[in-house]
Design a protein around this ligand. Structure first.
Ligand SMILES: [Zn+2]
Length: 359
């Protein structure tokens, strides 16, 4: 099972493509205009398991948040290697979308090539981006001019004071809800559809038009207890999508709308892209969040990575190696136990999705 997981994007991609070739399943490759850290080609690779005219479709995606892709990629390679196609009935297909954000995965960053948080990018830009009350007040502390010395000290003190005054949940809400006004800031949603969004929505429009039911299972890491896969649904009690989610996955389903999730309430997550592309299909979307480190450490890693590229000069910074390691530890458990936990839970959830969507 360890063998499904990789140490970098290039290895993850080649394992996924090799497993797809062995399984002899249809494959689409979307080359990204930029390259990986060693000049290698990068892209989003999509395979289709099951009948091409299936009406019920489970979409299992990885690396919406780049560096989080180690987790979902390992499961996707496992599904291919262990012949999950043989489990599908004639009306059901399993679509594996490898690396929604290949640039972030390759460069081991959560954001994409434009500092966009892809899970804040699927909003209706024509209607105007949502407000991000409170973010502007914190921006300069979240993105200090320097990582050492008095600038950093003052920034940390401002954040601490905010947490004491407003509470940790408010701090998390204000910083991670998504903002559309500071391109060098945290959880930036962009000013228009990113390469990844155009790729995903284009594929869905072209190939999922016949779908009557779509289940989106988007693999993430960094929130919740270590190794545990928390299911984050959409909406709340009374909302048909939420009720289906609970019926399929059980009472452990969390939702930011209910207020019991490790994540804040978001607009612009990737499932909105599938919904836009396939407006007539009944959609049941979840974010599957596997825990790594405590929340404040993960948040600090996101802040460090953002600083490194916004203000630190990236590779030229003396902090480069340390911050890259900090980021990786925040989003990839890497030990065998963590991988075993991910693989067991990943299988359980995708099985439940396949059963749910087939009813
Ligand atoms: Zn994520």
């Amino acid at each position: 099972m360890d063998k499904y997981f990789s140490t970098d994007y290039a290895e993850a991609r080649s394992k996924f493509l090799a497993a797809a070739a062995s399984a002899n399943v249809p494959l689409w490759q979307f080359e990204h205009p930029l390259t990986g850290p060693n000049g290698e080609a990068i892209g989003t690779d999509i395979v289709w398991l099951g009948a091409r005219n299936a009406r019920n479709i489970v979409v299992a995606g990885s690396a919406t948040h780049g560096v989080e892709g180690f987790c979902g990629s390992g499961c996707q390679t496992g599904f291919l290697t262990e012949n999950w196609e043989s489990r599908l009935d004639a009306g059901t297909a399993l679509l594996l979308v490898h690396a929604n954000n290949p640039h972030g995965f390759a460069h081991q960053r959560r954001v994409n090539e434009d500092n966009i948080d892809l899970n804040r990018n699927f909003i209706d830009f024509e209607a105007g981006p949502p407000d991000s009350p409170g973010y502007a007040e914190l921006h300069s502390a979240l993105v200090p001019d320097a990582w050492d010395g008095p600038a950093r000290k003052a920034a940390d003190a401002a954040i601490e004071a905010y947490k004491v005054r407003e509470g940790l949940p408010a701090f998390q809400q204000v910083t991670s809800r998504g903002q559309y006004t500071f391109p060098d800031g945290l959880f930036y949603g962009g000013t228009g559809p990113s390469w990844s969004r155009r790729t995903i929505e284009g594929f869905a429009r072209e190939h999922l038009a016949q779908a009557e039911r779509i289940a989106v299972v988007d693999f993430h890491t960094g929130l919740g207890p270590r190794g545990y896969g928390e299911i984050i649904g959409r909406g709340g009690p009374g909302d048909p999508q939420y009720e289906r989610t609970v019926a399929w996955y059980g009472p452990g389903v969390k939702s930011a709308a209910v207020g019991n999730s490790a994540s804040v309430r978001l607009s612009g997550t990737i499932d909105f892209g599938y919904r836009r592309a396939c407006p007539d299909a009944e959609q049941t979307a979840i974010t599957l969040e596997f825990g790594t480190l405590p929340l404040e450490e993960v948040h600090e890693a996101i802040r460090a990575d953002n600083w490194l590229y916004a203000k630190g000069g990236a590779e030229a910074s003396s902090h480069f190696k340390a911050i890259k390691a900090q980021t990786r530890a925040a989003f990839y458990g890497e030990d065998s136990q963590w991988k075993a936990d991910i693989w067991a839970r990943g299988q359980e959830i995708v099985e439940q999705a396949l059963a749910g969507v087939s009813v």
